[in-house]
Design a protein around this ligand. Structure first.
Ligand code: SF4
Ligand code: SF4
Length: 447
């Protein structure tokens, strides 16, 4: 490739990402979209580096290889939409594989092209009731988290008959892990532990007090997560304040292409987070996808919104924050309990934050602890793994991770993404629960 055209394979410059021009006529023009899908798919066909990342690329390449022409022009356009449906916007093709991302003149941003196509599907009303329901995480949590209702929902979801009903009515795969609901919310549990730090110690990189964006999942499905985060942070002299009111970060709606609802959530969350930043807080959230939403997706959707950019600058992954405190000599290392061998899975939405292996680094500070890092997709990916039509593909994608955990003979297995943890759990032949890294660190401290 390249030659006389002056176009080089790859680029010597750091990848950059163009803002998402989602309100423009071009972005929303079906003909322009089809033309761009053709252009990019043809380049991907000639490249094929991403064949093993997910099921989008094999769907495309298999269709080309089965066509009469053995080229993209021999593929039925319907296949384009299968490729789109198999993409769960993990960003791995852009961040880790593609040599043609900007500033390369071919300007390939595969995930954002998929997002554009999903937005088209959304506007055309092509998403099912199930898809809309599953992406309404806060609404689901506030209803299913009501006392008694939570117990009933969990009990029904725990039975074969309940799962068969979910499969036949909503298309939720019977073998997929689905979250439990809790009536005692994560925000309540975190608030109980917060507010014990009297002396705030800022460093060059951190302000020493954080506002905790609890997240939908942290509030109703894994309420111990915000609690563990608060315990660990306050134990290290970092004051925690729970954000007073929050809506979903918007990631599940983004994955559905519903950019208008993403904007509504942004309009609710960002002013509050910005006000907390103005009061001197940094922001943390216990779920990598939610942090990524504020760090990357919203800033690309709203490049001219100064408040969005301010939140981007001061939101942190929890382990990124703790390791910055360690760099300044402010992290306690007087651990009381060893952890032994930990199989640690790095979720895609953490990998694409480009912050390095901060969770691994912190776990390694615990005496008599070894960490086996597993850097592959678990196959969960938002709601992909729970949809009946994608369940088999998601299991296949996550199989290498499950095998690594299965054969590791470790004392614990863990992922920063609790959904990925449960996806691994669903594939193990001997039942065993995942333990989040924040939970492990809290235990190691003996607090
Ligand atoms: S963003 Fe992720 S799921 Fe989508 S095509 Fe790229 S690697 Fe596959
Ligand atoms: S996204 Fe980039 S690296 Fe992946 S197949 Fe397409 S051109 Fe190749």
């Amino acid at each position: 490739m390249g030659g006389d055209t002056g176009i080089r394979e790859g680029s010597l410059q750091a990848p950059s990402r163009h803002p998402l021009d989602w309100r423009s006529a071009e972005f929303n023009d079906p003909k322009a979209l089809e033309k761009e899908l053709e252009r990019v798919f043809d380049i991907c066909h000639g490249c094929r580096r991403c064949f093993s990342l997910c099921n989008s690329f094999p769907t495309l390449f298999d269709a080309i290889d089965a066509s009469e022409t053995l080229e993209l022009d021999g593929v039925d356009k319907k296949v384009y939409w299968d490729v789109v449906d198999h993409c769960y916007l993990c960003d791995m093709c852009f961040m880790t594989k593609c040599p043609y991302v900007p500033p390369h003149p071919w300007n390939i941003d595969f995930p954002h092209l998929m997002l554009r196509a999903k937005h088209h599907q959304h506007r055309a009303g092509e998403h099912s009731f199930r898809d809309k329901l599953l992406s309404n995480t806060r609404g689901l949590g506030s209803i299913a988290g009501i006392p008694v209702v939570a117990e009933i929902v969990n009990a029904v979801n725990g039975t074969k008959a309940g799962r068969a009903l979910l499969a036949s009515t909503l298309g939720v795969a019977a073998s997929a892990p689905i979250p439990k609901f809790h009536s005692k919310s994560g925000s309540k549990r975190a608030r109980k532990l917060a507010g014990r730090v009297s002396e705030i110690k800022p460093t060059d990189d951190t302000r020493g007090k954080v506002a905790l964006f609890v997240t939908c999942y942290g509030d109703r499905n894994e309420p111990h997560l915000p609690e563990d985060l608060t315990a660990v942070f306050e134990h290290n002299g970092i004051a925690v304040k729970v954000v007073a009111r929050e809506k979903c970060c918007g990631m599940p709606k983004l994955e559905l292409g519903d950019l208008e609802t993403v904007e509504k959530y942004k309009d609710f969350n960002v002013p509050q987070l910005k006000a907390l930043i103005d009061e001197g807080y940094d922001i943390v959230a216990p779920i990598p996808s939610c942090v990524l939403m504020f760090k990357q997706e919203l800033p690309l959707m709203f490049p001219d919104d100064a408040d969005v950019q301010a939140v981007k600058a001061r939101i942190f992954d929890p382990f990124e924050y703790l390791m910055l405190r360690h760099k300044a000599g402010l992290l306690r290392t007087d651990f009381k309990e060893k952890l032994g061998k930990v199989s640690y899975h790095v979720p895609c939405h953490l990998r694409v934050q480009n912050i390095g292996y901060k969770t691994r680094d912190l776990l390694r500070l615990v005496p008599e602890t070894t960490v086996d890092v597993i850097e592959r997709c678990s196959g969960h990916n938002g709601t992909y793994a729970v949809k009946k039509e994608f369940r088999a593909a998601s299991v296949k994608i996550g199989k290498p991770v499950v095998n690594r955990v299965q054969t590791a003979d470790s004392d614990h297995y863990s992922s920063d993404c609790p959904m990925a943890g449960h996806q691994i759990e669903s594939g193990l032949s001997t039942p065993r629960e995942p333990e989040h890294p924040l939970t492990l660190v809290r235990r190691a401290y003996g607090i």
